[in-house]
Design a binder for this molecule. Sequence first.
Ligand SMILES: NC(=O)c1ccc[n+]([C@@H]2O[C@H](COP(=O)([O-])OP(=O)(O)OC[C@H]3O[C@@H](n4cnc5c(N)ncnc54)[C@H](OP(=O)(O)O)[C@@H]3O)[C@@H](O)[C@H]2O)c1
Length: 295
Amino acid sequence: MIVITTPTGDIGRQILDRVLDSGEPVRVIARDASRLPEHVRAQAEVVEGSHADADTIAKALQGADSLFWLVPPADFRDAGPAMSYYLDFTRAAAHEAASRGVRMVHVTSLGHGHSYDGSAGLLAAGLATGELIESTGVQYRALALPFFMENILRQAQSIAEQGVLSMANTADRPLLTIATQDVAAVAADLLLDTTWNGQARVPLGSPDNLTPNAMAEIISETLGRPVRYQQVPLADLQDQMVQSGASPSLAQDMADMINAQNNGIYDAEPRDPASATATDFRQWCQNVLKPAVQS
Ligand SMILES: NC(=O)c1ccc[n+]([C@@H]2O[C@H](COP(=O)([O-])OP(=O)(O)OC[C@H]3O[C@@H](n4cnc5c(N)ncnc54)[C@H](OP(=O)(O)O)[C@@H]3O)[C@@H](O)[C@H]2O)c1
């Protein structure tokens, strides 16, 4: 039995489809079962509730072999500090999985071993969550991930209407990325593979490692019209977030995360170039961004 959290989320949904295709028994944990597509309700067991809840997790892990674990993004308006949110969300599940001998596959951040100044915001929270899980002794694979290409979908409108890709990341410093379909492929393989044991990090990233300036150039070539990169000062981004309703904690954690990215946090963790994922940024722009911008 494979248990999948966040079955309506970007990564969880893609993992679920792959695991269902394998024919293995699947159980999903969902806050609202009516949000699941019909084919999922027909093929998977559903445990209703939040995967942060100890009783829900205990119910969902009965007879389970493996668990896909993802901490959902915190509430935009009400988020407190990411560190306590990520750890509190995960503690019960990690102990329950360890005590039942369930293997855990977890979405976390690249950057283990980076001596970032102070906090790396959301990334520090993701890394600390991995350490919490490891401390329980559970059989564990940490998918150590960089910046999701899908983050850029939030800018589809600005790209389409103003020809601008705008972030606070340094314009000419490489920012490693990954397509979520590749995360789902690796996660599904690990969930279905019954031969691994122990604990390990699985650092992943796309075959290219482009600067935001170079990303804008590729977007421009893919769409056939000019798109430029605009680097926003971190303090301005933080102010804009708060003005648009984000909690000050979330804005701070986001700024700290980008600061760590601008200081090379993703490059600090060694990756085997042979394990680069399949999708490069140009392919992703062609297959995912272009249809989104044109819709
Ligand atoms: N973005 C990046 O560049 C990046 C890089 C590395 C790692 N990550 C990590 O990736 C994760 C985000 O993954 P994603 O993009 O697949 O997420 P997503 O698409 O935003 O999906 C969120 C899922 O969580 C569920 N959910 C939301 N709030 C919940 C709650 N309070 N309790 C239980 N379930 C809840 C949602 O389901 P319902 O609303 O239907 O209940 C949905 O299925 C985060 O942990 C982040 O740290 C992100």
